[in-house]
Design a binder for this molecule. Structure first.
Ligand SMILES: *Cc1c(COP(=O)(O)O)cnc(C)c1O
Length: 368
């Protein structure tokens, strides 16, 4: 492990939980694999990189992150191709994003090269947990948080970085069923100058209540509008969002309140490769609804690691529900889903070099 200053220590479980895990009923994030990567920040440096059994960690009740939410996380996936090759999708993007999130939350940055090595080490160690079926994957969840017990409001002096993994199906199930979105006109997810573009738990805590309201009314998720005028579309909260008007695809521009998704970036790149015009700009929700009324709005889809691409079939604002493409997955939506997943499972070439290959063979894990 060239990028880790200290050598990687490896403690493997004595008994794997693999055989007692039902891979036909995975859900999303319900099962955790045998091991986790762990590292600690103390006296100015990240130390003790190790692979240890997944399990409870000791924390004092005064742990800063529990009180003041000084924590950030990431989410990426490892895939097992039909060629049995293991691929991790664009870990460099997650590494850089985590560094930016850490800066915003005053958390000592983890060098992107070290982050990538750590992902490689844990995926390699728990490679038997990567499901073999198409549509399934090993979700990789890095998290970093302040562990120093203190009640004063200030950055912690000590931190913990963990990477756990979880075998998953795609977020919305095996079939591509369109999701229904409820335009949130009262609550907001993020505001300019806040932490909306950082992947931090507080954004999710703020989204729970409106999300529950949306579900109570029969919708899958809230569609967030900007925090100032409640007029412009932002994102879905776990996904970025795209609108196809005619043959132009529009997605809200990154202005500090939207999470810069890896899937978002992949979609934009692939669309431009195929000659589609992609506009990253402000998009008023009125323009979306007008497009729905006039028929120029052909497809809407969300993009995020968990769901990959999720078609949006209905958007509800106030009391009115607007149906998109007869509540069926659109043609471009399906093509993008197929294109991205084909790259992830190694079924097509990878023109942009997005996949990181993880060597099989886990002897002494990735300690080499
Ligand atoms: C993680 C996340 C996304 C999707 O980002 P990906 O990198 O594509 O998974 C979108 N919005 C929010 C708020 C997120 O936390």
């Amino acid at each position: 492990m060239d990028n880790l200053r200290d050598p990687l220590s490896v403690t493997l479980v004595t008994e794997s939980r693999l055989t007692s895990t039902d891979f036909n009923d995975l859900g999303f994030g319900n099962h955790f694999s045998d091991h986790m990567f762990s590292m600690e920040f103390e006296n100015g440096a990240w130390r003790n990189p190790s692979i240890i059994p997944y399990g409870p960690i000791a924390m004092e009740p005064g742990t800063g992150a529990l009180h003041y939410s000084q924590s950030v996380f990431e989410g990426l996936k490892a895939f097992r191709g039909s060629d049995d090759q293991i691929r991790v999708f664009r870990p460099d993007m997650n590494a850089r994003r985590m560094a930016r999130s850490c800066e915003r939350l005053c958390i000592p940055v983890i060098d992107p090269a070290l982050f990538i090595e750590a992902v490689r080490a844990i995926v390699r160690t728990d490679q038997d947990w990567i499901p073999g079926k198409r549509g399934q994957a090993l979700y990789v969840r890095p998290i970093v948080f302040g562990v120093e017990p203190h009640l004063e409001v200030r950055p912690a002096s000590r931190y913990r970085f963990l990477i756990m993994t979880s075998p998953v199906r795609t977020y919305y199930g095996d079939e591509i069923t369109p999701v229904a979105l409820h335009v949130q006109q009262h609550y907001t997810r993020a505001s300019p100058g806040g932490v909306g573009e950082a992947k931090t738990g507080g954004n999710y805590a703020a989204s729970l209540l409106p999300g529950e309201r949306a579900r109570d009314q029969g919708f899958n998720q809230a569609l967030w509008l900007d925090g100032i005028e409640h007029k412009y579309v932002e994102e879905v909260g776990q996904m970025n969002i795209f609108f196809r008007f005619g043959d132009t695809v529009v997605t809200p521009a990154l202005r500090g309140t939207i999470l810069p998704g890896v899937t978002r970036d992949s979609v934009i790149t692939l669309l431009r490769d195929q000659g589609f015009a992609v506009e990253e700009r402000r998009l008023a929700v009125d323009e979306v609804l007008e497009g729905s009324r006039s028929g120029t709005l052909r497809e809407v889809f969300g993009a995020g690691t968990a769901a990959v691409i999720a078609p949006v079939g209905r958007i509800c604002l106030g009391g009115t529900t607007y149906e998109i493409n007869n509540n069926e997955p659109g043609e471009l939506t399906g093509a993008l889903y197929n294109k991205i997943t084909s790259i992830q499972y190694g079924e097509t070439n990878d023109p942009h070099g997005w996949n990181m290959l993880v060597p099989a063979g886990k002897a002494a894990a990735a300690a080499e």
